[in-house]
Design a protein around this ligand. Sequence first.
Ligand code: DAH
Length: 442
Amino acid sequence: MAFTPTLFSKASLFQTIHHSNQRPSMAFTPTLFSKVSLFSYRRTFCIQLASAFHEFQPNKKWRQPVASVLKLGGVKIAKDEIVRDNPTNNVPDSIFSKLGMQLHRRDQHPLGILKNAIYDYFDTNYPNKFDKFDDLCPIVSTIANFDDVLVPADHVSRSYIDSYYVDSETVLRCHTSAHQAELLRGGHTHFLVTGDVYRRDSIDSTHYPVFHQMEGVRVFTPADWEASGTDATSYAAEDLKKCLEGLARHLFGGVEMRWIDTYFPFTNPSFELEIYFQDDWLEVLGCGVMEQEILKRSGRVDNVAWAFGLGLERLAMVLFDIPDIRLFWSNDERFTSQFSKGQLGIKFKPFSKYPPCYKDMSFWISDSFTENNLCEVVRGIAGDLVEEVKLIDNFTNKKGMTSHCYRIAYRSMERSLTDEEINDLQWRVREQVETKLLVVLR
Ligand code: DAH
């Protein structure tokens, strides 16, 4: 059961679904803590992000071919602008190939169906109030991704271990909060932002380096809270809770819920909402009253606001009974044909499950070794054929050398893998682990 701390909260928004036997179980586990060159023209072309076109042919083998050009908002971006052999860049081909896929914009896809169901809730309860964005460019400045939402200079999320850098001042957004400040500055006071977000991470059935979030923001003016007799912050916090409890009921029906106090750099107070679902507490979103500093910087000194961020995959895994996060990326008809526009309640029926194949690998680590780097190497080679990478043994000898043993589970969602194919994958993983991660295989 791999466990990965999330970036912004003590308790994760979307990474704490623990699993047993492939089903997302609802166990709640707290986590540790709760370029200009590209950017200058990005401003003009990235506002509307069109679907990528992938210039590759379906490949008989398991390797995913990678497009060499991506079309974003009518402008072509060459792969070598995003994936470069440069110390300030850590975006691999496998991630580049996900840019512009926009699963959340497909009405028949579980993520699109869920997004639309949330839209319905806001349209019904706040007619014509919320501006919706689901096409904002995922390539953002570090200023937007971190500074604008007050992420401290030494925060773990800024590291190359946790985030994808295009260059030292440009990242693939690691959360949709990256758009808060820009939209506030643009005069928006009620908005929802849905998008693909990117994080370097471990590998298991609930973790994938690309997933989807929805951000919500509502700004209040003094007239809103003055009549209520409460102070601005309490007014916003209460309104936020009412809104999100209603959303949880809209999605899950009559459920038990509870609020947990937490910490985010961008809100104060900060909360997480948990719902009781299938015998356990499930954390479904993070939220809070926006830090005044964010509003002040966007010229809104007299206002208060609430904000929330929710992870679409983890909600969809529960709502549709989807056992593995890789399935969201599947083009297999046996997956895609099970969902239809507007149908939130449908339960996914797994098609026959193919057996996993386990391969162990032991090595002496170096000081610079990180599990996220290992997972990236494995994913770069095996793509979606890797189901889990798990540390199964760890010891330090008398000389102070530390050995790790990882078990890699290979399994396709769609077919049986041959021994030959898996051995080939594992052989290449071993080779690259040794050369790229500077470890010594045992
Ligand atoms: N950006 C947070 C994350 O990705 C989620 C979040 C929490 C967004 C609280 C918010 C918020 O807007 O108020 O972990």
